[in-house]
Design a protein around this ligand. Structure first.
Ligand SMILES: [Ca+2]
Ligand SMILES: [Ca+2]
Length: 269
């Protein structure tokens, strides 16, 4: 309930203030209004000094896609992104009703090779399942630069391993596990010049369990090139996977997949 109390003296003072300082109302800072996203969705922040997208996060919680592999059926309809050096409200893009961002957090990196940071996200279509999509910004607007084909069926997901240059062309690539719950396939994609290209695919991996709101494993640099840390399909072993000579080789790091073990592997221990 709103209580209205008349304060004639205060009103006169306020009016006098406005007459004396007529510009004060027009120099107010711009208000940015953001929709709230899924409760456990994190934000991504780019390294300082980089160009392009500096911060990205999800908004507008929706229950339109009742898959629920991330612990609840609340996903996001909107992606927000701030751009380095631009002191304005964040750019925003809303997916059409057929799709949601089914993800834990956006990722920031330059995967197109132009030196400008992009946003890497998971989009799920209600009939075709997940796709990995790359967004950039242009004149304050977010736009999709490239994406992988949808998996092809509803409720089929993918979980990113990380962003790194696996191929050695000095342009970061993206690795993910497709269908990590039902026999995961590790895929590395290049998005150089905004052209999606599947570099390699190999089955036998997983990096997510149904109901968890985190993705297990990731990328490590331990002096022997880029390596991936992730569990095998049955979550029996923690593996180190490498892209070498146009194929993926694996090595067993440990015969368990506990969070501690995976963390030790990521820390090169
Ligand atoms: Ca880029
Ligand atoms: Ca590359």
């Amino acid at each position: 309930m709103t209580v209205s109390t008349k304060k004639p003296l205060a009103n006169k003072i306020a009016l006098a203030f406005l007459l004396i300082f007529p510009l004060s109302a027009s120099v107010q800072a711009q208000e940015c209004t953001y929709l709230t996203g899924p409760a456990d969705a994190g934000e991504a922040i780019a390294a300082s000094g980089s160009t392009g997208v500096s911060k990205a996060w999800y908004g507008d919680a929706t229950t339109d896609y009742a898959h629920g592999v991330l612990g609840d059926t609340v996903e996001a309809n909107v992606l927000y992104a701030e751009v380095q050096g631009k002191d304005t409200c964040a750019a925003a893009i809303r997916l059409p009703g057929s799709s949601v961002f089914e993800d834990v957090t956006p990722r920031i990196g330059d995967v197109t090779g132009d030196g400008v940071n992009d946003v890497v996200v998971i989009e799920s279509h209600r009939e075709l399942g997940a796709s990995l999509a790359i967004y950039g910004t242009e004149e304050g607007q977010l736009l999709k630069l490239a994406s992988t084909p949808y998996i092809g069926r509803a409720f089929r997901w993918l979980a990113p391993v990380g962003i790194a240059d696996f191929t050695g062309d000095n342009i970061a690539d993206v690795a993910y596990v497709e269908t990590p719950h039902i026999g995961g396939i590790l895929k590395i994609w290049s998005f150089a010049n905004e052209v999606p290209e599947l570099v390699v695919a190999m089955d036998g991996f997983s990096n997510h369990r149904i109901g968890e709101n985190t993705i297990t494993g990731g990328i490590r640099h331990c002096g022997d090139g880029v390596e991936m840390v992730l569990p095998d399909t049955h979550w029996e072993n923690t593996l180190i996977a490498r892209y070498r000579n146009k194929s993926i080789t694996t090595e067993i790091y440990a015969n368990d997949t506990s969070a501690d073990t995976v963390q030790r592997a990521l820390q090169c221990k």
